[in-house]
Design a protein around this ligand. Structure first.
Ligand code: GUN
Length: 283
């Protein structure tokens, strides 16, 4: 079997172009650009790279970026005060506080301070609750991007067996909720799962998001399954996913590569969520 290698980079570019056209139409209609505020506390190099690429994508989509880079020693009270200011600013449609935050700041206190209707990351418990109960809100960007790739590959997902490996609030749990909404039969596997190989072997759809390099072996995968690899692990061999790509590629119908699979979809979905927020706020 020769797998389709799912080109997330090309799909993300197409999505960003469509969002850019709609952002231009929004600006023509309302006289203002959709606005995204990104807050970075400290100088973690990986976070700094992410924030820079989010800023570039925002400008490329014809949106207004508001970048706030704060020193690592910023107090929780000062960060909360900035979030309050952004919540109240009518030019800001989306607020993203880059994680992880320095250890002296309570991440939960910051995430829950963001206005849920500007929470384009979809991390606020109100948005998690909306997703779980089928209400409109914001869906976290990485699982949303995975769902778009799956729909593009498979069309209707109804009735399919899906296994999500990983139970994080950012990827695993919202991914499972999205797949339930698509009428999949969903299993969430994690580090305590007995017989991970057996559980994965049932799946028509595997989404791996555990952060363990090459954990999922090719022979575990049911022939013809579609595999979405969210992992980005830095190893001596360079960037690798949570799936053993070389072993899996001959078993799958389609698989995302690392890099160039899910990664580019995250920023494209952030642009999409910001546009959606701007449109909702204009009413
Ligand atoms: N850190 C790593 N990924 C993300 C993300 O998607 N959003 C935020 N806010 N922080 C992150």
């Amino acid at each position: 079997m020769t797998a389709d290698i799912i080109d997330g980079k090309a799909f993300a570019l197409g999505l960003r172009e469509r969002v850019g056209k709609q952002a231009a139409a929004f600006t023509a209609r309302t006289g203002r650009q959709p606005g995204l505020a990104v807050v970075l506390v400290g100088d973690d190099p990986a976070s700094s790279v992410y924030v820079r690429s989010k800023g570039k994508a925002t400008a490329a989509a014809g949106m207004q970026g508001f970048e706030h880079r704060l020193p690592a020693a910023t107090s929780q009270a000062d960060l909360i005060a900035l979030v309050d200011t952004l919540n109240a600013d009518p030019a800001v449609d989306g607020i993203l506080v880059q994680l992880p935050l320095p250890g002296h700041i309570d991440e939960r206190a910051i995430i829950t301070r963001i206005d849920p209707d500007k929470d384009v990351d979809g991390f606020h418990p109100v948005n998690a609750g909306r997703l779980a109960t089928g209400l409109d809100g914001f869906v976290p960007c990485t699982p949303l991007g995975c769902l778009m790739l799956l729909r593009h590959q498979l069309g209707d997902l109804s009735g399919k067996e899906a296994v999500v490996v990983g139970r994080s609030n950012i990827v695993g749990k919202p991914m499972a909720a999205l797949l339930v909404k698509e009428s999949c039969t969903v299993t969430v596997a994690h580090s305590r799962t007995h017989d991970l190989a057996g559980v994965i072997h049932r799946a028509d759809i595997v989404v791996a998001a555990v952060g363990v390099p090459r954990l999922v072996k090719g022979e575990w995968i049911k022939p013809g399954a579609v595999v979405i690899d969210v992992g980005i692990n830095r190893t001596e061999d360079g960037l690798v996913g949570d799936v053993d790509f070389d072993g899996a590629v001959s078993h799958t119908a389609a698989i995302t590569p690392v890099p160039g699979g899910v990664g580019p979809m995250t920023i494209a979905c952030l642009m999409r969520n910001t546009l959606v927020s701007a449109c909702r706020r204009e009413g």
